[in-house]
Design a protein around this ligand. Structure first.
Ligand SMILES: [Zn+2]
Length: 268
């Protein structure tokens, strides 16, 4: 049989029979969620990286929230290092409005030092925010941190540490490997991309609100050719993969998860 036959849609991939072989394709729609929590490292990650995804989830009716572990005070962009953390704290608030994000929690862990923080401590912060916003899906940077930044990787590790105990699904924003290769070639960067076979969602997005949110991060967006080149290479596509797939019966925060017992155990 040479023609494609009927498509069978699972939760996140489409299975089709092509030339008598079953092949999988990424789903063209995001997974369902009612409350999406971003777990990120720096102010601007939610806009530069996840802005289009946050808008897409909001358009589907989901509440969206952002946990950001640092104030981004160690960035090499931005002129006044003394006040950069304060400036960026204001910027993320403005960007959240553009993205329709309903809740932002900004912590003051050291920028460029997140990997030195205890994973149980960070995961506990995720746990508490996830409980507050009743998150049923965590959205993070892909393992490898997209840009290779250790803070990005640690934020994702913290989300996974919490999710493994609580049974929440974790969806990773990923980068097409062709986009990553182009950026690495052009800028001698260290972007980590994913091959087509590793991608589970390939979604068409509208970047208008993301662009407005990026503009809110003026200290980081004004002189950032890598960002604008990445967005140009991505076009109107975003790709995602599960780091933890949905389970049928998620547990509430900390139950059955040793790392959280000290916080979840009721007082006697
Ligand atoms: Zn970042």
């Amino acid at each position: 049989m040479n023609a494609e036959r009927e498509g069978l849609r699972s939760s996140h991939v489409e299975v089709r029979e092509v030339n008598d072989e079953l092949v999988t394709r990424p789903a063209s729609h995001l997974p369902p969620a009612t409350s999406v929590l971003v777990v990120s490292a720096h102010p601007d990650d939610e806009s530069f990286g996840l802005g289009a995804a946050l808008c897409a989830f909001a358009d589907e009716g989901a509440l969206t929230s952002v946990l950001c572990f640092t104030r981004g005070e160690a960035s090499t962009l931005g002129e006044d290092l003394e006040t950069l953390g304060r400036v960026r704290s204001v910027e993320i608030g403005k960007a959240a409005v553009e993205l329709g994000v309903g809740h932002v929690e900004l912590f003051e862990y050291p920028d460029l030092g997140l990997a030195d923080q205890g994973l149980d401590v960070l995961a506990t912060q995720v746990c508490q925010v996830a409980d507050r916003v009743r998150a049923d899906l965590l959205l993070v940077f892909d393992e490898g941190g997209i840009t290779g930044h250790p803070d990005h990787q640690r934020a994702t590790e913290a989300a996974l540490a919490f999710a493994d105990g609580a049974g929440l699904p974790v969806l990773a924003w990923a980068l097409d490997e062709e986009v990553a290769l182009s950026l690495n070639r052009e800028f001698k960067a260290s972007f980590a991309g994913r091959s087509a076979g590793e991608v589970e969602f390939d979604v068409t997005v509208d970047r208008a609100r993301q662009h407005r949110a990026i503009t809110c991060h003026a200290s980081q967006a004004t002189d950032n050719p890598v960002l604008w080149r990445r967005l140009a290479l991505q076009g109107d596509r975003e790709v995602f993969r599960w780091l933890r797939e949905p389970r049928s019966h998620p547990r509430s925060c900390g139950i059955g998860a040793p790392v959280f017992q000290q916080f979840a155990t009721p007082a006697a």
